[in-house]
Design a protein around this ligand. Sequence first.
Ligand code: FAD
Ligand code: NAD
Length: 471
Amino acid sequence: ATESEEKDLVIIGGGVAGYVAAIKAGQEGLKVTCIEKRGTLGGTCLNVGCIPSKALLNNSHLYHQILHDTKNRGIEVGDVKINLEQLMKSKDTAVSGLTKGVEFLFKKNNVEYIKGTASFAGEHEITVNLTEGGEKTVVGKNIIIATGSEATPFPGLEIDEKRIITSTGAIALTKVPESMVVIGGGIIGLEMGSVWSRLGSKVTVVEFLGQIGGPGMDAEVAKAAQKVLKKQGIDFKLSTKVMGGDASGEKVKLQVEAAKGGKEETLDADVVLVAIGRRPYTAGLGLENIGLETDDKGRLVIDSEYRTKIPHIRVIGDCTFGPMLAHKAEEEGVAVVEYIKKGYGHVNYGAIPSVMYTHPEVAWVGQNEQEVKASGVKYKVGNFPFTANSRAKTNLDTEGFVKIIADAETDRILGVHIIGASAGELIAEGTLAIEYGASSEDVGRTSHAHPTLSEAFKEAAMATYGKAIHF
Ligand code: FAD
Ligand code: NAD
Protein backbone atom coordinates (compact mmCIF):
# COMPACT_ATOMS: atom_id res chain seq x y z
CA ALA A 1 0.00 0.00 0.00
CA THR A 2 1.15 3.52 -0.76
CA GLU A 3 0.73 6.32 1.74
CA SER A 4 -0.24 9.86 0.76
CA GLU A 5 0.79 13.09 2.51
CA GLU A 6 -1.30 14.14 5.50
CA LYS A 7 -4.37 16.13 4.46
CA ASP A 8 -6.20 18.82 6.44
CA LEU A 9 -9.43 16.98 5.72
CA VAL A 10 -10.41 13.55 4.40
CA ILE A 11 -14.06 12.97 3.48
CA ILE A 12 -15.56 9.49 3.14
CA GLY A 13 -18.47 9.57 0.68
CA GLY A 14 -18.98 11.77 -2.36
CA GLY A 15 -22.76 12.21 -1.97
CA VAL A 16 -24.37 15.60 -1.48
CA ALA A 17 -23.08 15.89 2.10
CA GLY A 18 -19.54 14.82 1.20
CA TYR A 19 -19.10 16.61 -2.11
CA VAL A 20 -20.44 19.92 -0.79
CA ALA A 21 -18.10 19.71 2.21
CA ALA A 22 -15.21 18.92 -0.15
CA ILE A 23 -15.89 21.91 -2.40
CA LYS A 24 -16.35 24.22 0.59
CA ALA A 25 -13.09 22.94 2.09
CA GLY A 26 -11.29 23.58 -1.21
CA GLN A 27 -12.69 27.10 -1.27
CA GLU A 28 -11.46 27.65 2.28
CA GLY A 29 -7.94 26.65 1.23
CA LEU A 30 -7.86 23.32 3.08
CA LYS A 31 -5.94 20.40 1.59
CA VAL A 32 -8.85 18.00 1.03
CA THR A 33 -9.42 14.47 -0.27
CA CYS A 34 -12.80 12.89 -0.99
CA ILE A 35 -13.10 9.10 -1.26
CA GLU A 36 -16.08 7.63 -3.14
CA LYS A 37 -16.65 4.00 -4.04
CA ARG A 38 -19.54 4.32 -6.50
CA GLY A 39 -17.47 5.32 -9.53
CA THR A 40 -19.32 8.62 -9.90
CA LEU A 41 -19.83 11.56 -7.56
CA GLY A 42 -23.16 12.86 -6.24
CA GLY A 43 -24.19 9.86 -4.13
CA THR A 44 -27.73 8.58 -3.87
CA CYS A 45 -29.26 11.92 -4.80
CA LEU A 46 -27.61 12.47 -8.17
CA ASN A 47 -27.20 8.83 -9.22
CA VAL A 48 -30.28 6.95 -8.02
CA GLY A 49 -32.40 9.42 -6.02
CA CYS A 50 -33.53 13.03 -6.40
CA ILE A 51 -32.31 13.59 -9.93
CA PRO A 52 -33.37 10.45 -11.84
CA SER A 53 -36.70 10.35 -9.99
CA LYS A 54 -37.46 13.96 -10.90
CA ALA A 55 -36.51 13.36 -14.54
CA LEU A 56 -39.00 10.49 -14.67
CA LEU A 57 -41.64 12.46 -12.76
CA ASN A 58 -41.36 15.41 -15.14
CA ASN A 59 -41.55 13.38 -18.34
CA SER A 60 -44.24 10.99 -17.13
CA HIS A 61 -46.30 14.02 -16.09
CA LEU A 62 -45.88 15.52 -19.55
CA TYR A 63 -47.04 12.24 -21.11
CA HIS A 64 -49.99 11.95 -18.74
CA GLN A 65 -50.98 15.53 -19.43
CA ILE A 66 -50.78 15.05 -23.21
CA LEU A 67 -53.02 11.99 -22.84
CA HIS A 68 -55.60 13.48 -20.50
CA ASP A 69 -55.36 17.24 -20.39
CA THR A 70 -54.94 18.76 -23.85
CA LYS A 71 -58.30 18.73 -25.64
CA ASN A 72 -59.90 21.20 -23.21
CA ARG A 73 -56.92 23.49 -23.81
CA GLY A 74 -57.51 23.52 -27.54
CA ILE A 75 -54.62 21.26 -28.39
CA GLU A 76 -55.38 18.25 -30.56
CA VAL A 77 -52.73 15.58 -30.50
CA GLY A 78 -52.42 12.43 -32.56
CA ASP A 79 -50.81 9.17 -31.73
CA VAL A 80 -49.08 9.46 -28.34
CA LYS A 81 -46.74 6.66 -27.29
CA ILE A 82 -44.18 6.03 -24.61
CA ASN A 83 -40.69 5.07 -25.70
CA LEU A 84 -39.46 3.76 -22.37
CA GLU A 85 -35.89 3.27 -23.56
CA GLN A 86 -35.65 6.92 -24.61
CA LEU A 87 -37.40 8.05 -21.41
CA MET A 88 -34.69 6.27 -19.42
CA LYS A 89 -31.95 7.66 -21.67
CA SER A 90 -33.12 11.21 -21.11
CA LYS A 91 -33.03 10.54 -17.36
CA ASP A 92 -29.48 9.16 -17.69
CA THR A 93 -28.40 12.30 -19.58
CA ALA A 94 -29.56 14.48 -16.68
CA VAL A 95 -27.74 12.24 -14.20
CA SER A 96 -24.42 12.04 -16.05
CA GLY A 97 -24.40 15.77 -16.80
CA LEU A 98 -24.74 16.55 -13.11
CA THR A 99 -22.33 13.93 -11.75
CA LYS A 100 -19.65 15.07 -14.23
CA GLY A 101 -20.40 18.63 -13.18
CA VAL A 102 -19.44 17.76 -9.60
CA GLU A 103 -16.19 16.19 -10.84
CA PHE A 104 -15.43 19.44 -12.67
CA LEU A 105 -16.14 21.43 -9.49
CA PHE A 106 -13.69 19.17 -7.59
CA LYS A 107 -10.94 20.05 -10.08
CA LYS A 108 -11.84 23.73 -9.97
CA ASN A 109 -11.59 23.79 -6.18
CA ASN A 110 -8.48 21.60 -5.84
CA VAL A 111 -10.24 18.64 -4.25
CA GLU A 112 -8.37 15.34 -4.58
CA TYR A 113 -10.84 12.62 -5.66
CA ILE A 114 -10.00 9.00 -4.89
CA LYS A 115 -12.16 6.24 -6.33
CA GLY A 116 -12.38 3.40 -3.85
CA THR A 117 -13.85 2.03 -0.62
CA ALA A 118 -12.63 3.59 2.60
CA SER A 119 -12.27 1.97 6.00
CA PHE A 120 -10.68 3.15 9.22
CA ALA A 121 -7.26 1.66 10.03
CA GLY A 122 -6.76 4.14 12.89
CA GLU A 123 -8.15 7.40 14.20
CA HIS A 124 -6.29 9.37 11.51
CA GLU A 125 -5.57 6.61 8.96
CA ILE A 126 -7.94 5.40 6.31
CA THR A 127 -7.27 2.44 4.08
CA VAL A 128 -8.72 2.80 0.60
CA ASN A 129 -9.44 -0.28 -1.46
CA LEU A 130 -8.90 1.36 -4.85
CA THR A 131 -11.45 0.76 -7.61
CA GLU A 132 -8.61 0.37 -10.11
CA GLY A 133 -6.97 -2.25 -7.86
CA GLY A 134 -4.54 -2.03 -4.96
CA GLU A 135 -4.66 -0.14 -1.70
CA LYS A 136 -3.72 3.27 -0.46
CA THR A 137 -3.48 4.77 3.02
CA VAL A 138 -4.81 8.28 3.42
CA VAL A 139 -4.05 10.32 6.54
CA GLY A 140 -6.29 13.16 7.70
CA LYS A 141 -5.97 15.76 10.47
CA ASN A 142 -9.76 15.94 10.26
CA ILE A 143 -12.13 13.29 8.88
CA ILE A 144 -15.76 13.58 7.83
CA ILE A 145 -17.96 10.49 7.50
CA ALA A 146 -20.69 11.09 4.89
CA THR A 147 -21.57 7.56 3.83
CA GLY A 148 -25.32 8.15 3.43
CA SER A 149 -28.15 5.67 3.61
CA GLU A 150 -29.73 2.65 1.93
CA ALA A 151 -33.27 1.36 1.45
CA THR A 152 -34.65 -0.45 4.50
CA PRO A 153 -35.35 -4.03 3.40
CA PHE A 154 -38.68 -5.74 4.06
CA PRO A 155 -38.13 -8.95 6.04
CA GLY A 156 -38.95 -11.99 3.95
CA LEU A 157 -39.00 -10.20 0.58
CA GLU A 158 -35.70 -10.54 -1.21
CA ILE A 159 -34.83 -7.51 -3.33
CA ASP A 160 -33.81 -8.46 -6.90
CA GLU A 161 -34.44 -4.96 -8.34
CA LYS A 162 -36.58 -6.54 -11.08
CA ARG A 163 -39.78 -7.83 -9.46
CA ILE A 164 -39.11 -6.93 -5.83
CA ILE A 165 -37.58 -3.52 -6.13
CA THR A 166 -36.42 -0.50 -4.14
CA SER A 167 -36.37 2.99 -5.62
CA THR A 168 -33.18 1.99 -7.45
CA GLY A 169 -35.10 -0.64 -9.43
CA ALA A 170 -38.05 1.72 -9.82
CA ILE A 171 -35.96 4.23 -11.80
CA ALA A 172 -34.69 1.56 -14.14
CA LEU A 173 -37.53 -0.82 -15.10
CA THR A 174 -37.28 -1.89 -18.73
CA LYS A 175 -41.00 -2.51 -19.17
CA VAL A 176 -44.13 -0.90 -17.76
CA PRO A 177 -45.49 -3.51 -15.32
CA GLU A 178 -49.21 -4.24 -15.57
CA SER A 179 -49.57 -4.00 -11.83
CA MET A 180 -47.41 -2.64 -9.01
CA VAL A 181 -47.92 -2.82 -5.28
CA VAL A 182 -46.03 -0.21 -3.29
CA ILE A 183 -45.27 -1.04 0.34
CA GLY A 184 -45.10 2.31 2.17
CA GLY A 185 -47.06 5.43 1.25
CA GLY A 186 -44.22 7.85 2.03
CA ILE A 187 -42.46 10.17 -0.39
CA ILE A 188 -40.70 7.46 -2.42
CA GLY A 189 -43.82 5.32 -2.67
CA LEU A 190 -45.96 8.21 -3.89
CA GLU A 191 -43.36 9.69 -6.28
CA MET A 192 -42.41 6.39 -7.91
CA GLY A 193 -45.99 5.12 -7.69
CA SER A 194 -47.04 8.25 -9.63
CA VAL A 195 -44.42 7.66 -12.34
CA TRP A 196 -45.52 4.09 -13.07
CA SER A 197 -49.21 4.82 -12.67
CA ARG A 198 -48.91 7.60 -15.27
CA LEU A 199 -47.07 5.23 -17.61
CA GLY A 200 -49.90 2.70 -17.35
CA SER A 201 -49.38 0.43 -14.33
CA LYS A 202 -52.22 -0.33 -11.96
CA VAL A 203 -50.66 0.93 -8.73
CA THR A 204 -51.81 0.03 -5.21
CA VAL A 205 -50.15 1.67 -2.21
CA VAL A 206 -50.22 -0.22 1.09
CA GLU A 207 -49.55 2.04 4.07
CA PHE A 208 -49.29 0.98 7.68
CA LEU A 209 -50.50 4.30 9.10
CA GLY A 210 -53.89 5.95 8.59
CA GLN A 211 -52.30 8.74 6.53
CA ILE A 212 -50.07 8.90 3.45
CA GLY A 213 -47.04 11.17 2.97
CA GLY A 214 -44.60 9.83 5.56
CA PRO A 215 -43.42 11.75 8.58
CA GLY A 216 -44.03 15.51 8.68
CA MET A 217 -46.87 15.99 6.22
CA ASP A 218 -49.83 18.00 7.56
CA ALA A 219 -52.85 15.70 7.97
CA GLU A 220 -55.23 18.00 6.07
CA VAL A 221 -52.76 18.21 3.17
CA ALA A 222 -52.15 14.45 3.21
CA LYS A 223 -55.88 13.85 2.90
CA ALA A 224 -56.13 16.25 -0.04
CA ALA A 225 -53.09 14.63 -1.71
CA GLN A 226 -54.59 11.18 -1.36
CA LYS A 227 -57.82 12.38 -2.95
CA VAL A 228 -56.09 13.74 -6.07
CA LEU A 229 -53.77 10.78 -6.44
CA LYS A 230 -56.78 8.47 -6.16
CA LYS A 231 -58.45 10.46 -8.92
CA GLN A 232 -55.33 9.88 -11.04
CA GLY A 233 -55.82 6.13 -10.62
CA ILE A 234 -53.71 5.11 -7.62
CA ASP A 235 -55.42 2.81 -5.10
CA PHE A 236 -54.71 3.11 -1.40
CA LYS A 237 -54.92 0.63 1.42
CA LEU A 238 -54.29 2.61 4.59
CA SER A 239 -53.95 1.22 8.12
CA THR A 240 -52.85 -1.99 6.45
CA LYS A 241 -49.76 -4.08 7.08
CA VAL A 242 -47.97 -6.50 4.81
CA MET A 243 -47.55 -9.83 6.55
CA GLY A 244 -45.40 -11.60 3.99
CA GLY A 245 -44.90 -12.31 0.33
CA ASP A 246 -44.17 -15.03 -2.18
CA ALA A 247 -42.33 -14.29 -5.41
CA SER A 248 -42.03 -17.88 -6.64
CA GLY A 249 -44.98 -17.76 -9.02
CA GLU A 250 -45.73 -15.72 -12.13
CA LYS A 251 -47.13 -12.93 -9.96
CA VAL A 252 -45.77 -11.81 -6.63
CA LYS A 253 -48.32 -12.56 -3.91
CA LEU A 254 -48.52 -10.34 -0.85
CA GLN A 255 -50.51 -11.14 2.27
CA VAL A 256 -51.87 -8.00 3.84
CA GLU A 257 -53.97 -7.47 6.94
CA ALA A 258 -55.69 -4.56 8.70
CA ALA A 259 -53.02 -2.92 10.91
CA LYS A 260 -55.09 -3.54 14.05
CA GLY A 261 -55.52 -7.18 13.10
CA GLY A 262 -58.46 -8.79 11.40
CA LYS A 263 -59.29 -8.68 7.70
CA GLU A 264 -56.73 -10.54 5.61
CA GLU A 265 -56.30 -10.37 1.87
CA THR A 266 -53.81 -11.41 -0.83
CA LEU A 267 -52.64 -8.87 -3.40
CA ASP A 268 -51.15 -9.94 -6.74
CA ALA A 269 -48.57 -7.80 -8.46
CA ASP A 270 -46.08 -7.97 -11.29
CA VAL A 271 -43.73 -5.72 -9.38
CA VAL A 272 -43.53 -4.86 -5.68
CA LEU A 273 -41.81 -1.63 -4.66
CA VAL A 274 -40.46 -1.66 -1.11
CA ALA A 275 -40.51 1.96 0.13
CA ILE A 276 -40.71 1.75 3.91
CA GLY A 277 -37.92 4.22 4.65
CA ARG A 278 -34.15 4.37 4.48
CA ARG A 279 -31.52 3.52 7.08
CA PRO A 280 -28.01 4.89 7.67
CA TYR A 281 -25.25 3.12 5.77
CA THR A 282 -21.97 2.52 7.58
CA ALA A 283 -21.17 -1.07 6.55
CA GLY A 284 -17.52 -1.85 5.90
CA LEU A 285 -16.26 1.45 7.39
CA GLY A 286 -14.32 -0.35 10.09
CA LEU A 287 -15.96 1.68 12.86
CA GLU A 288 -15.04 -1.11 15.29
CA ASN A 289 -11.34 -0.41 14.64
CA ILE A 290 -11.68 3.02 16.24
CA GLY A 291 -14.45 2.25 18.76
CA LEU A 292 -17.22 4.30 17.13
CA GLU A 293 -20.74 2.99 17.63
CA THR A 294 -24.12 3.65 16.09
CA ASP A 295 -27.44 4.11 17.90
CA ASP A 296 -30.45 1.76 17.72
CA LYS A 297 -31.41 3.23 14.33
CA GLY A 298 -27.90 2.78 12.90
CA ARG A 299 -27.05 6.49 13.10
CA LEU A 300 -23.59 7.71 14.04
CA VAL A 301 -23.89 9.75 17.22
CA ILE A 302 -22.64 13.35 17.10
CA ASP A 303 -22.75 16.58 19.11
CA SER A 304 -24.04 19.95 17.89
CA GLU A 305 -20.75 20.54 15.99
CA TYR A 306 -21.06 17.20 14.13
CA ARG A 307 -18.24 15.67 16.27
CA THR A 308 -18.19 12.02 17.28
CA LYS A 309 -16.59 11.10 20.59
CA ILE A 310 -13.32 11.25 18.61
CA PRO A 311 -13.48 15.02 18.08
CA HIS A 312 -11.56 15.24 14.79
CA ILE A 313 -14.00 12.72 13.20
CA ARG A 314 -17.29 14.36 12.26
CA VAL A 315 -20.45 13.04 10.59
CA ILE A 316 -23.00 14.70 8.27
CA GLY A 317 -25.89 13.76 5.98
CA ASP A 318 -28.14 10.70 5.94
CA CYS A 319 -25.87 8.56 8.15
CA THR A 320 -26.56 10.72 11.20
CA PHE A 321 -29.54 12.56 12.78
CA GLY A 322 -32.18 14.64 11.00
CA PRO A 323 -34.33 14.37 7.90
CA MET A 324 -32.83 12.37 5.04
CA LEU A 325 -32.88 15.20 2.51
CA ALA A 326 -30.28 16.38 0.03
CA HIS A 327 -30.57 20.05 0.94
CA LYS A 328 -30.20 19.22 4.66
CA ALA A 329 -27.03 17.27 3.78
CA GLU A 330 -25.82 20.24 1.73
CA GLU A 331 -26.31 22.74 4.60
CA GLU A 332 -24.38 20.41 6.88
CA GLY A 333 -21.59 20.10 4.30
CA VAL A 334 -21.01 23.86 4.49
CA ALA A 335 -21.48 24.17 8.27
CA VAL A 336 -19.13 21.30 9.17
CA VAL A 337 -16.26 22.84 7.21
CA GLU A 338 -16.93 26.19 8.87
CA TYR A 339 -16.65 24.47 12.26
CA ILE A 340 -13.34 22.89 11.24
CA LYS A 341 -11.89 26.06 9.74
CA LYS A 342 -13.38 28.82 11.90
CA GLY A 343 -14.86 27.12 14.96
CA TYR A 344 -18.45 28.11 14.23
CA GLY A 345 -21.17 27.21 11.72
CA HIS A 346 -24.95 27.11 11.57
CA VAL A 347 -27.89 25.11 10.24
CA ASN A 348 -31.46 26.08 11.18
CA TYR A 349 -33.15 22.70 11.48
CA GLY A 350 -36.47 24.45 12.05
CA ALA A 351 -36.45 25.83 8.52
CA ILE A 352 -35.73 22.87 6.25
CA PRO A 353 -38.38 22.48 3.55
CA SER A 354 -39.79 19.15 2.35
CA VAL A 355 -41.19 18.61 -1.12
CA MET A 356 -43.05 15.71 -2.69
CA TYR A 357 -42.77 16.02 -6.48
CA THR A 358 -46.07 14.44 -7.45
CA HIS A 359 -48.66 16.41 -9.40
CA PRO A 360 -49.84 18.49 -7.68
CA GLU A 361 -46.69 18.90 -5.61
CA VAL A 362 -46.83 18.92 -1.84
CA ALA A 363 -44.41 21.12 0.09
CA TRP A 364 -44.04 22.24 3.66
CA VAL A 365 -41.73 23.93 6.12
CA GLY A 366 -41.92 24.36 9.88
CA GLN A 367 -44.50 22.64 12.05
CA ASN A 368 -47.67 20.95 10.81
CA GLU A 369 -51.02 21.47 12.53
CA GLN A 370 -50.79 18.19 14.49
CA GLU A 371 -47.42 19.27 15.91
CA VAL A 372 -48.54 22.82 16.77
CA LYS A 373 -51.64 21.46 18.47
CA ALA A 374 -49.56 18.97 20.48
CA SER A 375 -47.18 21.76 21.56
CA GLY A 376 -50.05 23.55 23.28
CA VAL A 377 -49.33 26.90 21.58
CA LYS A 378 -52.43 28.92 20.64
CA TYR A 379 -52.51 29.22 16.88
CA LYS A 380 -54.53 30.44 13.93
CA VAL A 381 -54.73 29.10 10.39
CA GLY A 382 -55.04 30.94 7.06
CA ASN A 383 -56.09 28.96 4.02
CA PHE A 384 -56.24 30.00 0.38
CA PRO A 385 -57.36 27.67 -2.44
CA PHE A 386 -55.74 27.73 -5.89
CA THR A 387 -59.25 27.74 -7.40
CA ALA A 388 -59.33 31.41 -6.34
CA ASN A 389 -55.87 32.22 -7.74
CA SER A 390 -55.84 33.85 -11.18
CA ARG A 391 -52.65 32.21 -12.47
CA ALA A 392 -53.83 28.74 -11.44
CA LYS A 393 -57.05 29.52 -13.32
CA THR A 394 -55.22 30.59 -16.51
CA ASN A 395 -53.14 27.40 -16.26
CA LEU A 396 -56.28 25.27 -15.80
CA ASP A 397 -54.43 23.79 -12.84
CA THR A 398 -56.38 24.75 -9.74
CA GLU A 399 -55.97 21.73 -7.47
CA GLY A 400 -54.81 22.45 -3.92
CA PHE A 401 -54.32 25.24 -1.40
CA VAL A 402 -51.85 27.16 0.75
CA LYS A 403 -52.18 26.79 4.51
CA ILE A 404 -50.31 29.03 6.92
CA ILE A 405 -50.19 28.38 10.65
CA ALA A 406 -49.23 31.32 12.86
CA ASP A 407 -48.90 31.90 16.59
CA ALA A 408 -52.19 33.42 17.78
CA GLU A 409 -50.45 35.86 20.12
CA THR A 410 -47.35 36.97 18.19
CA ASP A 411 -48.55 36.27 14.61
CA ARG A 412 -45.18 34.61 13.93
CA ILE A 413 -45.44 32.00 11.15
CA LEU A 414 -44.98 28.50 12.58
CA GLY A 415 -45.65 26.40 9.49
CA VAL A 416 -46.41 26.68 5.78
CA HIS A 417 -48.13 23.82 3.94
CA ILE A 418 -48.82 23.87 0.22
CA ILE A 419 -50.43 21.40 -2.13
CA GLY A 420 -50.55 22.63 -5.70
CA ALA A 421 -48.63 22.95 -8.96
CA SER A 422 -45.14 24.36 -8.26
CA ALA A 423 -45.56 24.00 -4.48
CA GLY A 424 -41.89 22.98 -4.42
CA GLU A 425 -40.88 26.38 -5.80
CA LEU A 426 -43.41 28.34 -3.74
CA ILE A 427 -42.17 26.85 -0.46
CA ALA A 428 -38.87 28.75 -0.77
CA GLU A 429 -40.74 31.90 0.22
CA GLY A 430 -42.24 30.18 3.25
CA THR A 431 -38.80 28.93 4.26
CA LEU A 432 -37.38 32.44 4.02
CA ALA A 433 -40.31 33.78 6.07
CA ILE A 434 -39.65 31.25 8.82
CA GLU A 435 -35.87 31.83 8.66
CA TYR A 436 -36.44 35.58 9.21
CA GLY A 437 -39.11 35.02 11.87
CA ALA A 438 -41.76 36.74 9.75
CA SER A 439 -45.29 37.35 10.99
CA SER A 440 -48.18 36.46 8.69
CA GLU A 441 -48.87 40.19 8.43
CA ASP A 442 -45.29 40.78 7.14
CA VAL A 443 -46.08 38.41 4.25
CA GLY A 444 -49.65 39.66 3.73
CA ARG A 445 -48.37 43.24 3.32
CA THR A 446 -45.63 42.26 0.85
CA SER A 447 -46.41 42.95 -2.82
CA HIS A 448 -46.52 39.80 -4.93
CA ALA A 449 -46.52 39.94 -8.75
CA HIS A 450 -49.84 39.43 -10.51
CA PRO A 451 -50.80 37.00 -11.91
CA THR A 452 -48.61 34.45 -10.11
CA LEU A 453 -49.20 31.40 -7.97
CA SER A 454 -47.24 33.16 -5.22
CA GLU A 455 -50.24 35.44 -4.65
CA ALA A 456 -51.93 32.42 -3.05
CA PHE A 457 -49.16 32.49 -0.43
CA LYS A 458 -49.74 36.19 0.24
CA GLU A 459 -53.51 35.70 0.47
CA ALA A 460 -53.20 32.71 2.81
CA ALA A 461 -51.10 34.99 5.02
CA MET A 462 -53.80 37.69 4.82
CA ALA A 463 -56.37 35.08 5.81
CA THR A 464 -54.27 34.23 8.87
CA TYR A 465 -54.47 37.68 10.49
CA GLY A 466 -57.48 39.09 8.61
CA LYS A 467 -59.27 38.23 5.41
CA ALA A 468 -58.09 37.27 1.92
CA ILE A 469 -59.32 39.57 -0.85
CA HIS A 470 -60.13 36.97 -3.49
CA PHE A 471 -61.77 34.27 -1.38
P1 FAD B 1 -25.55 9.66 -0.11
O1 FAD B 1 -26.09 10.53 -1.18
O2 FAD B 1 -26.16 8.34 0.10
O3 FAD B 1 -24.00 9.53 -0.41
C1 FAD B 1 -23.15 8.71 0.31
C2 FAD B 1 -22.04 8.22 -0.60
O4 FAD B 1 -21.05 7.58 0.18
C3 FAD B 1 -22.51 7.19 -1.62
O5 FAD B 1 -22.25 7.61 -2.94
C4 FAD B 1 -21.72 5.93 -1.27
O6 FAD B 1 -21.32 5.20 -2.41
C5 FAD B 1 -20.51 6.51 -0.55
N1 FAD B 1 -19.90 5.58 0.41
C6 FAD B 1 -20.53 4.86 1.38
N2 FAD B 1 -19.62 4.15 2.09
C7 FAD B 1 -18.41 4.41 1.54
C8 FAD B 1 -17.09 3.96 1.82
N3 FAD B 1 -16.82 3.14 2.84
N4 FAD B 1 -16.07 4.43 1.04
C9 FAD B 1 -16.32 5.29 0.02
N5 FAD B 1 -17.54 5.74 -0.29
C10 FAD B 1 -18.57 5.31 0.47
N6 FAD B 1 -33.78 14.26 -1.16
C11 FAD B 1 -34.21 15.51 -1.47
O7 FAD B 1 -33.87 16.46 -0.78
N7 FAD B 1 -35.01 15.73 -2.56
C12 FAD B 1 -35.42 14.72 -3.35
O8 FAD B 1 -36.14 14.96 -4.32
C13 FAD B 1 -35.01 13.41 -3.04
N8 FAD B 1 -35.38 12.38 -3.81
C14 FAD B 1 -34.95 11.12 -3.51
C15 FAD B 1 -35.39 10.09 -4.29
C16 FAD B 1 -34.99 8.80 -4.02
C17 FAD B 1 -35.46 7.67 -4.90
C18 FAD B 1 -34.10 8.54 -2.93
C19 FAD B 1 -33.63 7.15 -2.63
C20 FAD B 1 -33.67 9.58 -2.13
C21 FAD B 1 -34.10 10.88 -2.41
N9 FAD B 1 -33.71 11.96 -1.61
C22 FAD B 1 -34.16 13.22 -1.92
C23 FAD B 1 -32.82 11.80 -0.45
C24 FAD B 1 -31.35 12.16 -0.82
O9 FAD B 1 -30.95 11.35 -1.89
C25 FAD B 1 -30.43 11.96 0.37
O10 FAD B 1 -30.91 12.67 1.48
C26 FAD B 1 -29.02 12.43 0.06
O11 FAD B 1 -28.50 11.72 -1.04
C27 FAD B 1 -28.10 12.26 1.26
O12 FAD B 1 -26.80 12.61 0.95
P2 FAD B 1 -25.55 11.94 1.68
O13 FAD B 1 -24.35 12.57 1.06
O14 FAD B 1 -25.73 12.00 3.13
O15 FAD B 1 -25.62 10.40 1.30
P1 NAD C 1 -40.73 7.58 4.38
O1 NAD C 1 -40.26 7.49 5.77
O2 NAD C 1 -41.01 8.90 3.78
O3 NAD C 1 -42.07 6.74 4.21
C1 NAD C 1 -42.16 5.40 4.53
C2 NAD C 1 -43.62 5.04 4.71
O4 NAD C 1 -43.72 3.64 4.82
C3 NAD C 1 -44.24 5.65 5.96
O5 NAD C 1 -45.46 6.27 5.63
C4 NAD C 1 -44.43 4.46 6.88
O6 NAD C 1 -45.55 4.59 7.73
C5 NAD C 1 -44.63 3.34 5.88
N1 NAD C 1 -44.27 2.02 6.37
C6 NAD C 1 -43.21 1.67 7.14
N2 NAD C 1 -43.20 0.35 7.36
C7 NAD C 1 -44.28 -0.16 6.71
C8 NAD C 1 -44.82 -1.46 6.56
N3 NAD C 1 -44.22 -2.52 7.11
N4 NAD C 1 -45.92 -1.61 5.80
C9 NAD C 1 -46.54 -0.54 5.24
N5 NAD C 1 -46.08 0.71 5.36
C10 NAD C 1 -44.96 0.90 6.08
O7 NAD C 1 -39.64 6.76 3.55
P2 NAD C 1 -39.42 6.60 1.98
O8 NAD C 1 -40.58 7.06 1.23
O9 NAD C 1 -38.92 5.22 1.79
O10 NAD C 1 -38.23 7.61 1.73
C11 NAD C 1 -36.97 7.42 2.38
C12 NAD C 1 -36.24 8.72 2.57
O11 NAD C 1 -35.87 9.31 1.33
C13 NAD C 1 -37.08 9.73 3.31
O12 NAD C 1 -36.34 10.23 4.38
C14 NAD C 1 -37.36 10.80 2.32
O13 NAD C 1 -37.33 12.08 2.91
C15 NAD C 1 -36.22 10.66 1.31
N6 NAD C 1 -36.78 11.05 0.00
C16 NAD C 1 -37.10 12.34 -0.21
C17 NAD C 1 -37.69 12.72 -1.39
C18 NAD C 1 -38.04 14.15 -1.60
O14 NAD C 1 -37.57 14.98 -0.86
N7 NAD C 1 -38.85 14.47 -2.60
C19 NAD C 1 -37.97 11.78 -2.36
C20 NAD C 1 -37.66 10.46 -2.11
C21 NAD C 1 -37.06 10.11 -0.92
